[in-house]
Ligand binder design. Structure first.
Ligand code: NI
Length: 173
């Protein structure tokens, strides 16, 4: 396993629509493991492959409580089958938008179909923060960031702040 470099917004690559994985093989499994390692190292609860520069439909997540053992989720070609009517307003962040947070409203339940790491089709219903997190990750596969769900004014404030941060880091390097 190896940690990967996370792409920081604003970056064109994060706007790309990811393409389906054709074969679930060792290279896909290795990438999923790298994504999980990267996510844990950065204290994230979810990560999509495009965030490490791979435009494939792969998502990892782990939304376990602090006193519970890890509960990694690995999804290949996930599809949102259904979203509940009730919504939740939740403060979201993203490893591609470090230290930026905003409240986003999303359905509190979601049903997802995906292939697991052995290539077997699974279908699961998620709720609460896990459902929120997975809808956020599935958005990444369409090139959508959580800031695309907030007002244009707030979005541009956040993206400008990140742009400035990147310039400072580029000068410092
Ligand atoms: Ni994200």
């Amino acid at each position: 396993m190896a940690r990967r470099l996370i792409i920081i917004a604003p970056d064109r690559r994060l706007k790309v629509r990811s393409t389906p994985v054709e074969t679930v093989d060792d290279s896909v499994r290795a990438l999923l493991d790298d994504m999980l390692e990267t996510m844990y190292a950065e204290d994230g609860i979810g990560l999509a492959a495009i965030q490490v520069g791979v435009p494939k439909r792969l998502v990892v997540a782990d939304v376990h409580l602090k006193d519970q053992p890890p509960a990694p989720i690995k999804m290949i070609n996930p599809e949102l089958l259904w979203q509940g009517d009730e919504t939740l307003l939740h403060e979201e962040g993203c490893l591609s938008l470090p230290d930026q947070f905003a409240e986003v409203e999303r359905p509190s339940k979601a049903r997802v179909r995906y292939l697991d790491e052995t290539g077997i089709q699974q279908e699961r219903e998620f709720e609460g923060v896990t459902a929120i997190c997975l809808q956020h990750e599935l958005d990444h596969l369409e090139g959508i960031l959580f800031v695309d769900h907030i007002s244009a004014v707030r979005r541009s404030i956040i993206l400008r702040r990140l742009q400035k941060l990147k310039r400072v880091e580029a000068v410092g390097a």
